[in-house]
Ligand binder design. Sequence first.
Ligand SMILES: *[C@@H]1O[C@H](CO)[C@@H](O)[C@H](O)[C@H]1NC(C)=O
Ligand SMILES: *[C@@H]1O[C@H](CO)[C@@H](O)[C@H](O)[C@H]1NC(C)=O
Ligand SMILES: *[C@@H]1O[C@H](CO)[C@@H](O)[C@H](O)[C@H]1NC(C)=O
Length: 386
Amino acid sequence: LTAEDAQRVMIPSMAYDMPFIIGYAVSFALFKTYGIPSISKILKGTRELSSKKGISKRYMDVNSTYLRFLSATWIACPISGKVYKDEDELTGYKSFFPFKSSVKEVEDDPRAMISLARVNWLHSKYPIKNDDYLYTLGLFAFEPEQWTKRYGWRELSPLECEAYYIYWREIGKRMGIKDIPDSAEAFKAWVEDYENRTMVPAESNHFVANYTLEELLHVLPARFGIKNFARRVSITLLDDIVREAMMYPAQPPIMHFLVGNLLRTMSFFQKHFCLPRIWTNGPIDAKLPDFAKNPSALPTLPRMHPKQFGQKPWYKPEPKNLLEYVRVRLAVLMGLYEEMPNKNLKSDGYRLEELVRLISKTGHEEVLRMAEQLQGCPVAGPWARN
Ligand SMILES: *[C@@H]1O[C@H](CO)[C@@H](O)[C@H](O)[C@H]1NC(C)=O
Ligand SMILES: *[C@@H]1O[C@H](CO)[C@@H](O)[C@H](O)[C@H]1NC(C)=O
Ligand SMILES: *[C@@H]1O[C@H](CO)[C@@H](O)[C@H](O)[C@H]1NC(C)=O
């Protein structure tokens, strides 16, 4: 299995079969890393810095949205940098399933490597240990397997499990992570051992975990104990070793019973009563944006828009006609969005090499040079900046 094949094997489970469970698995994977003191110390520094500068919680939201777009992009877009055009144009991911006999045309799609280069660039500003990179990588590779085994309507097949490992190993290599174990089994054992050795209680763990959890929960109302209950559900979902490292209290057996059964009921319902998904609703459109197909007719530095929006509709285009205006206005009245799309919320869209701008405005050209190295060919056309 090559890394490109692995990505093709991986995407149906992530995008179509179990997007929610695997989405949670990935979010919790990220959350779990806050149980390692050497990781939480670095994160605590950035959080404190931002609260000292008076950057509001709202701004933090943007930041995590940015980061989520970057990883969603290298997952959804082909890491080979190529799209095969003959395929079904209906659903984005199929357009890079090359059934080689029928390939007519190949197009460049450098999005995956630009987003990865951007994250490499951001990472390079912090003193992160190789082992901590390796641990985080391992969680991305194996948590989906764990979660689908526990709560999915189906398990991942052995081929899929291997594909997750191979795909993330390739991403790890391209992040410059060293000593990645050369089989899934060896890597899993390493992750478990690392966790046993380093996941210990620390005040910084609690600080970062609490900070992040409260951020996530802030949209929920405190009424009827809803927020409090959601907080306890989240803590219940943590393994003991993680919960202890984060210095959260143990939850009573009744919570474990409720949460476990709730999730299992949902998967039972999905398995027996739901039709297969025919479209996917991730934040990133895997299909190439129109400007990539017709680059000559474009302004310089064309920008992209996501498919999903939070309460603050960052990067949502401003309505272009009355019908769109009415639709968005209604969504605002219903409370789906807090305000109309506008220039302050970057309604003209984003460019991958500019995402996460709070840290610094620079580095855009440098990121594109790094992307070229990763994909082994120039970033050209509408993707370049010159
Ligand atoms: C945004 O994320 C970057 C990278 O993780 C971090 O350095 C920066 O402090 C964050 N900004 C805020 C406002 O938290
Ligand atoms: C990690 O700790 C758990 C629980 O103490 C133990 O069962 C497991 O064997 C340990 N794993 C490794 C790789 O040391
Ligand atoms: C958890 O975070 C919230 C909001 O950021 C804060 O008000 C609270 O004091 C924190 N709790 C602990 C125990 O650190």
